[in-house]
Design a protein around this ligand. Structure first.
Ligand code: SF4
Ligand code: SF4
Length: 247
């Protein structure tokens, strides 16, 4: 039996989620292990973009489950008509919502700054059990959790400080989803399926910091060998030696 990418992705995400739950209950975090974990995550990001977010992060998996729950709620007969109205409203306000989504993604950096000040300056710190700090995180998680019922990967898009940092490092990565413009039939399926709302159908190489290398777009493309995940080491142009003649 051939196992498809979706199954491998779910196996990876499910296993890490279970391991994380086990670790939270039984393992005391030690600085050296945390540093090794951080270094490994940065290394795989530089090599394969934010594959950590798409295949490993347990919080991303929790938000996938929350969104699945939202989809399931929408199918309940009493809620179905409201859900239909909601979908129509989203469609007719697509442009405005797209703009809000674009600017709201910068909130990740605001949250990152908040975390950094909490860690180093201690204002509303969650480190020493500061009630204000803990409540702020809790409120944020609840608010983004509710949003996650409607919006796929809401945490990754608008709040995750880890994703914000990894996204910057992913710019160095030689890995990217690549589209063959000649073979493409412009069906737009790849753009529609992307959980991070990247317009894959209008790009030749997906270099966006939000791309999580989940390869859902590659799986969904109906034309063989049109969308591919490629590992391409940047080529540095040689200086033309004939230039020396100018001197
Ligand atoms: S562009 Fe493709 S690989 Fe990147 S996040 Fe979107 S669906 Fe996943
Ligand atoms: S899914 Fe494939 S064929 Fe369709 S627009 Fe995207 S790259 Fe082109």
């Amino acid at each position: 039996m051939k196992i498809n990418t979706k199954t491998w992705r779910n196996i990876a995400k499910g296993s890490v989620l279970l391991l994380t739950i086990f670790a939270l209950y039984s393992i005391t975090p030690h600085k050296p292990y945390m540093l090794i974990g951080l270094a490994t995550t940065l290394l795989i990001t530089v090599l394969f973009r934010t594959v950590f977010c798409g295949w490993i992060c347990p919080l991303g998996t929790v938000f996938d489950l929350i969104h699945e729950l939202g989809q399931w709620f929408g199918k309940i007969p009493v809620i179905k008509p409201i859900n239909r109205k909601y979908k129509r409203w989203v469609k007719s306000n697509k442009v405005v919502l797209g703009k809000i989504d674009h600017y709201a993604r910068y909130l990740r950096y605001v949250f990152l700054l908040w975390i950094l000040q909490a860690a180093f300056l201690g204002i509303a710190s969650i480190k020493n059990g500061d009630e204000k700090g803990i409540l702020s995180v809790l409120y944020l998680l609840i608010a983004v959790g509710v949003l996650g019922l409607f919006v796929e990967r809401a945490w990754c898009k608008y709040s995750c400080p880890v994703g914000a940092v990894l996204g910057v490092f992913s710019k160095l990565s030689p890995t990217s989803v690549t589209r063959n413009e000649i073979a493409c039939i412009e069906c737009n399926i790849c753009s529609r399926i992307c959980p991070m709302n990247i317009d894959v159908a209008n790009l030749t190489r997906v270099r966006e910091i939000d791309c999580q290398t989940c390869v859902k777009c590659v799986d969904a493309c109906p034309v063989d060998d049109t969308l591919e995940l490629k590992f391409k080491i940047p080529q540095f142009k040689q200086i033309d030696t004939s230039m020396k003649e100018l001197g």
